[in-house]
Each structure stands twice: as structure tokens, then as C-alpha cells.
Ligand binder design. Structure first.
Ligand code: G6P
Length: 601
């Protein structure tokens, strides 16, 4: 969702530093952006106009940053910026952040939803405050302005923040002092410690070119960030808190595109190496985790979107390999069906970002019921990571394309290790993963890529695509359909192949594209039967399988990787979605309306 980047230091190009920071946050998904700077003293003195003295200079735009620049902004050592994903109020320049108070001396950016803003706005309007936008955010800056009349700025920010209902992160600047004042509850904020300069960001990866020393703000923590020092305190009580400085493990290079045209293609290609890495290096954490699962009475997997489909695949793996019943649920629904949880229950929450609000809320409720929490996340220091009793980093490296790819297969690889570990067959699990590595590499060979791209070129103008599979190929179908929808905007539906006869088949007509997963498992025959039923109604059958079959009109070979075949199978789905987007001239990294980490409900 919204990206936040703030700088205070001894450099004088703060606007550019913030602008570049926002560009690194573009992947989160946004529809407008804005930057505010407080001009340096020399800059102010150059300007005759009284108006600029003690005021903040703001630049806001709708749409993507693209080729924009901030060369027209004054030199400054102090600035902050925001990429907005609209919630309250349409996508307009006025609604973009930062928002200013009536005097133009206080600016604020915000991530989250200020749930009780309406009543507060009415009171402020009565007191004479003038609003220019339709946002909930603007209310917060006027509220601070109001409190500021009788107290110091930090106190005013603290009081206003505590008045705000909902899950929010705010950063405030004022033109009189070079300090970023911020508070969070729910929405993430990270402080970056530099030399004679400090930073604030919504996402640690955005800080990598500047520093690896960070403090992740906890819920209800507030901070004052100056260029020489940082103070952290409890937003409710005002008690001082010592920073917990952590070192980021990702490299700047990992977070860059390199020679690939898009992050998504880069991330798809990274998968075999990540899986190989997990198979070699994750044995000890997996062993510890299997003991935790073994001791629990009732294990539940929860995730949202792609992570949800990884959970679903996990339930098949645990059943088949470990003979263990593990339920799964999507994060947004789990909260309504967890009353049965007890102190012996274990909730395994899967999330790339570790910030997805539906997961965090479910996990909080599960904790209230006494359940233990296992987190499988990709981002160190993320909220879920900090909240969990047992945590594992899946080690996929920074994932920047909005549509998740490598985090999905990394989670599956880890679940494969856990399932085999529970069955007392860790070595076999490793072997199976290495089959997935070689099969994945073959899918990524130039011959195979050309085949998938040719298929995309054939399907690019289609309106609907159906994807079917049984057993673990059912979550593979759902994930493939999700990828196609997310980045090519073609309507794609994944189904359990056995459900075809119960309705879906009514939609199949001449040339309807039907993708069928038919790996070498117990569902092979039944998957082919589904393919035949669709073919009999005129469907154009795309078979993804270890061997060709006459029912396939188009065949994409995927070498068998035993219980881990879902990994190369889904890589095919990811590539098809990617090439469909390319064929349609779309940007696969930043699909419309979507955000990388969904931090609002
Ligand atoms: C968003 C992203 C998806 C992702 C989902 C869950 O919707 O666009 O790609 O699968 O959130 O994210 P998480 O970070 O919890 O895995």
C-alpha cells in the first residue's frame, strides 16, 4: 500500500533522496505521489517572498513517477514523501499526500485508515479549519494544528495520533525544526540510522542504499528523528524506549532489476536457486519447526492471495507426505472461524511481506485464544515476524513485482521440507526439492520460454481462461489463474477439475482456452478425463504435463519432480501470465489497482 520515505541530514538534496526512495517503493502499488521539503536557510534567504519563509514546499502528482523529477524543488536537508493508494477520496492531485495545515507550516503523510475522521472533521470545520481534500488524512494535520496552539509539536502529534481510531502510521514535519515526528499502530515504519543523517521508511528495502542499521517501530511507538539523534517513546505513556538496532541482511544488488526488463521476470528466474538454497540451508530451522508442529494439537495454515494458495498446497502436502491433517484458511476469513483454537493449537501464518493486515488481525485473535504462532515470512523485522512465537525467514530475497512469484515457491519448498520432516524423511524431501530445481530450470530454458511465449501470443486476445487440476494441482490452478488475472487482466478461473461437471463446463465453448495440469501423480488419469470433457465441448486444451497426450492441443512439458512438481508447474503459470502481460503491452511489475502489501482492511 502507501509508501513512505523521509530524510533528515547534512546533505542538501533531500528532495532527490526522498524521490529516489519513493521510486524504490513503487513496487508497493500506488496511484499518486507527493514530496514536501523545508528549504535550507540559504535557499529561503534567496527568495524574497515572505510567503516561502517558514513554509513547506510541496509537489504532488497523480499517476506513476515515470520520468518525473524534482529538479524544480528547492535545496533542502529535510524532506519526506509518499506514494498513495487511494482509500478515502479519488485519485487526484489534491488528495495526494503530503497534506498541509491551514498555515502551511505543518505537513503530514499517512498510511492506513483514520476511522473516526468524520466527527473530528466536523468539529475542526466549526473551529474554522479549511479543508481542501476529501481524505481522512487531511483531518489529522488540522487536528495537530489545533492541538499545536496550546502545546509543543511532538505533544500535539502524540495527542492527535492517540485520537485516531484504526491502524495508522503518520509522519509529520513542521517548517520550524528539522525533525521527522512519526507514530505507528498497524502500518509499518522503519527508522534507518545513518552518519549525520537518518531516515524513515515504510519498508526496510527502500533504505538499503543508505543504511542497513534499522529499528522497526512497534505498534504505539512514536519517534522524533533528527539528523544527529533519534528518540523513541511510547505513544500512549510518553515513556522513553531504547532503540533495538538490527542489521538488514539483503544487499542493494538483490533489490535491483539487473539485466532483466522487469522485476517479475528476474524473480521468476531466481526460483531454482532459491529452492536449491532452501533444500541445503533450511534443514535445521525445518527440524525445529517440525517439533513444534508435532507437539501441537491442531495446526492451521493461514495466508492471503498467493500465500493463501501456498497454504492450500501445504494442506495437501501434509496429508499425503506426513499423513497429518492441517487445515488452511484465507487470512480475512480465519478471524471468523477460529473460536475453536486452544492453547494447544498452532497457527502457521504465511506471508511474503509479513504486513498483510488480514493476517496480522487473524494472528492477534488466534493469540488471544492462546494459540501459538509460527510465521513463515520473507521480510525480516516485519510485523508478523515480530509477533510470532516461532519464526522462519523463507530467504527468497527482496520481491519487488507486485504479483508474488518466488515467495510462493519458496514457501512451498519449505512446506515440502516440513512435510517430509514430519514423516521422518528429511533426506527424501531434499531430493524431491532438487528434482524441482532441475525441472524448474528446464521450464526456464530458452526453448521452453519460447513455447510459453508463443502460447501467450495466441491467447492474448481471449476474454476467459480456465485452469483446472486435481489434488495439489488444484492450488496450482488457482495460483495460475490469479497470476493471469493480476497482471494480464484476462478473466481466468482456477477450478478443481472434478468440479467441472458441476457448473463450470457450461462456460466452455469452441476455442475456450482450458489449461490442464496433469502431473505424474495419483490424479493423472482424472485430470486427463477433465481435459477430454472440455475438449468434447470445443475447448482449446493446453496440457502441462510430464508427457504429451493426444487430448492436448498445446503441450508444455514439465519434468516430474514427485511431490514438488507444483513448483515447476506454477513457474509455467507465472511465465504464461508474464508473457500475456508483455504481449498486451502491460507493465507486469505494477498492475493496476493492486498493492504489494495490503496494509488496510
Ligand atoms: C497482495 C499481493 C499479492 C500477495 C498478497 C498477500 O494482494 O498483491 O501478490 O499474494 O498481498 O501478501 P503477503 O505479503 O501476505 O504474502
Amino acid at each position: 500500500m502507501c509508501g513512505i520515505f523521509g530524510y533528515v541530514g547534512n546533505k542538501t538534496n533531500a528532495a532527490t533522496i526522498v524521490f529516489e526512495g519513493l521510486k524504490r517503493l513503487e513496487y508497493r502499488g500506488y496511484d499518486s505521489w507527493g514530496i514536501a521539503v523545508v528549504p535550507t536557510a540559504s535557499e529561503k534567504s534567496k527568495v524574497k517572498s515572505e510567503k516561502l519563509i517558514n513554509t513547506i514546499v510541496v509537489k504532488k502528482k497523480t499517476g506513476k513517477i515515470g520520468n518525473a523529477n524534482v529538479n524544480d524543488m528547492p535545496s533542502s536537508s529535510f524532506a519526506f514523501g509518499h506514494t498513495r493508494w487511494a482509500t478515502h477520496g479519488g485519485v487526484t492531485q489534491t488528495n495526494a499526500h503530503p497534506h498541509l495545515d491551514c498555515t502551511g507550516r505543518i505537513a503530514l503523510i499517512h498510511n492506513g485508515i483514520f476511522e473516526n475522521y468524520e466527527g473530528i472533521k466536523k468539529t475542526l470545520v466549526k473551529k474554522g479549519h479549511r479543508f481542501t481534500s476529501e481524505t481522512d488524512t487531511e483531518v489529522a494535520v488540522h487536528l495537530i494544528e489545533e492541538y499545536r496552539k496550546t502545546m509543543a509539536l511532538a505533544k500535539a502529534v502524540q495527542k492527535a495520533f492517540n485520537d485516531m481510531a484504526g491502524l495508522n502510521a503518520i509522519i509529520v514535519i513542521d517548517s520550524d525544526r528539522n525533525q521527522l515526528i512519526a507514530a505507528r499502530n498497524g502500518s509499518p515504519l522503519v527508522i534507518g540510522f545513518g552518519h549525520q543523517e537518518n531516515f524513515l521508511a515504510s519498508d526496510a528495502a527502500a533504505l538499503l542504499p543508505h543504511t542497513k542499521q534499522v529499528h522497526f517501530l512497534e505498534d504505539d511507538e512514536m519517534t522524533i528523528v533528527g539528523h544527529k539523534g533519534i528518540m523513541i517513546f511510547d505513544a500512549k505513556t510518553g515513556t522513553k524506549i531504547a532503540p533495538k538496532v538490527q542489521k538488514l541482511t539483503w544487499s542493494t544488488r538483490q533489490a535491483e532489476k539487473g539485466t532483466y526488463p522487469y522485476f517479475m521476470l528476474k524473480e521468476i528466474h531466481e526460483q531454482p536457486d532459491i529452492i536449491a538454497d532452501i533444500s541445503e540451508t533450511m534443514i535445521s530451522p525445518a527440524k525445529r519447526m517440525t517439533e513444534v508442529i508435532r507437539k501441537s494439537q491442531g495446526t492451521y495454515l493461514v495466508g492471503c492471495g498467493t500465500a493463501g494458495y501456498a497454504c492450500m498446497a501445504g494442506s495437501y502436502l501434509f496429508s499425503k507426505v506426513a499423513k497429518r491433517h492441517v487445515n488452511w484458511a484465507v487470512g480475512s476469513e480465519f478471524g471468523y472461524q477460529l473460536n475453536f483454537l486452544t492453547k494447544k493449537s498452532l497457527v502457521m501464518a504465511l506471508s511474503q511481506s509479513g504486513e498483510t493486515i488480514d493476517i496480522l488481525e487473524s494472528v492477534k485473535k488466534a493469540k488471544n485464544n492462546g494459540a501459538s504462532i509460527v510465521a513463515l515470512v520473507n521480510v525480516l523485522g516485519s510485523s508478523l515476524y515480530r509477533m510470532a512465537d516461532h519464526k522462519t525467514l523463507i530467504g527468497a530475497g527482496p520481491e519487488k513485482a507486485v504479483a508474488s512469484t518466488k515467495a510462493f515457491t519458496a514457501k512451498i519448498a519449505y512446506l515440502v521440507l516440513l512435510a517430509y520432516g514430519l514423516a521422518g524423511k528429511t533426506k527424501e524431501g531434499q531430493t524431491v526439492l532438487m528434482h524441482a530445481v532441475s525441472s524448474g530450470k528446464k521450464v526456464l530454458s530458452s526453448l521452453s520460454l519460447a513455447r510459453i511465449q508463443k502460447l501467450a501470443s495466441r491467447l492474448k486476445n481471449t476474454e476467459h481462461i480456465f485452469v483446472v487440476g486435481r489434488g495439489i494441482s488444484y492450488p496450482a490452478s488457482l495460483e495460475t489463474a490469479l497470476k493471469i488475472k493480476e497482471i494480464s487482466y484476462i478473466h481466468a478461473e482456477g477450478f478443481a477439475a472434478g468440479e467441472l461437471k458441476h457448473g463450470v463446463i457450461a462456460l466452455v465453448e469452441k476455442d475456450t482456452p482450458c489449461i490442464v495440469f496433469a502431473p505424474n501423480d495419483e490424479a493423472y488419469g482424472a485430470n486427463l478425463a477433465g481435459a477430454m470433457e472440455m475438449k468434447a465441448r470445443g475447448g482449446f486444451i493446453v496440457g502441462i504435463s510430464h508427457k504429451p497426450h493426444e487430448v492436448f492441443d498445446y503441450y508444455i512439458p514439465v519434468d516430474d519432480a514427485c511431490e514438488a512438481t507444483i513448483i515447476p508447474n506454477v513457474i509455467v503459470g507465472q511465465l504464461l501470465a508474464y508473457y500475456l502481460a508483455i504481449e498486451k503491452g502491460l507493465d507486469p511489475d505494477m498492475p493496476r489497482n493492486l498493492a504489494k502489501s495490503v496494509t488496510v482492511k
